[in-house]
Design a protein around this ligand. Structure first.
Ligand SMILES: C[S@@+](CC[C@H](N)C(=O)[O-])C[C@H]1O[C@@H](n2cnc3c(N)ncnc32)[C@H](O)[C@@H]1O
Length: 223
């Protein structure tokens, strides 16, 4: 199924401006830092220790890949946009970091990795772009390639957050996405239970005021 984020980020101009647009202001930098540390905390809940091999998908410009390496992990990046992946070399010098195993263009619905190829998967700022059926396929793929489990940031919907998003879009403070698929916590839990997985932990980046909630998930029956 097609959705806008699958194609728009392939544009070089958009990829070049991605970090500048989102993370240059103090509030953007704060949100970016908070979400990265929340994702890394999720890896600890999975029991992924130092030197574990983690997949960042979508890696985008490599900002989370870089933070994972700084925490002592080895990392691989996958993203459908080579233009975004190239930014990882320009902005974060990933090519000079030994624990960086490599980056490859690929689709989260069909990851170019063998079963259990990595210890854990991190997925930041993707779920809100994916229609429900695509989300389900993407989550199954992440669980297939990971030995321990996955840490996934979802865009949570509550009445307050729905109102806030509409206001930000209306005032132009946040660019309006042509496709946006947020969910209630109950929807997210049903989706995860439906793919035979379980939630070990969840964490919000800013309590009730931010829609981003990271879920630490593993396949049922894995310990
Ligand atoms: C909002 S950016 C997030 C990038 C990065 N995770 C971050 O937090 O900065 C969304 C990314 O998803 C990638 N993407 C969209 N659909 C994808 C797919 N089917 N498979 C892999 N990457 C995809 C885009 O190319 C883009 O880099």
């Amino acid at each position: 199924m097609s959705y806008s984020a699958k194609t728009v980020y392939r544009d070089d101009k958009l990829a070049n401006a991605y970090e500048d647009h989102r993370f240059r202001s103090w509030s953007g930098r704060l949100a970016g830092d908070l979400e990265k540390s929340t994702m890394l905390a999720g890896l600890k809940h999975l029991g992924a220790g130092p030197n574990a091999l983690v997949l960042d998908v979508p890696a985008g410009t490599g900002r989370l890949t870089r933070s994972a390496i700084a925490e002592g992990y080895r990392a691989i990046g996958v993203d459908i946009s080579s233009a975004m992946l190239r930014q990882g070399f320009l902005l974060h010098s990933l090519d000079t970091a030994d624990p960086f195993v490599g980056a490859v263009a690929g689709d989260v619905e069909n990851l170019p990795l063998a079963d259990g190829a990595v210890d854990a998967v991190m997925s930041l700022r993707l779920m809100g772009h994916l229609p429900t059926e695509t989300k389900e396929r993407a989550l199954r793929e992440m669980l297939r390639v990971s030995r321990l489990g996955i840490v996934v940031m979802f865009a949570r919907r509550t009445p307050l957050l729905k109102f806030k998003r509409a206001a930000l879009w209306r005032t132009g403070l946040r660019p309006r996405a042509s496709h946006w698929y947020d969910e209630t916590d109950a929807d997210i839990r049903a989706l995860i239970a439906g793919i035979d997985a379980e939630i070990l932990h969840h964490e919000d980046i800013l309590g009730p005021f931010a829609e981003s909630r990271a879920y630490t998930i593993r396949a049922k029956g894995r310990s």
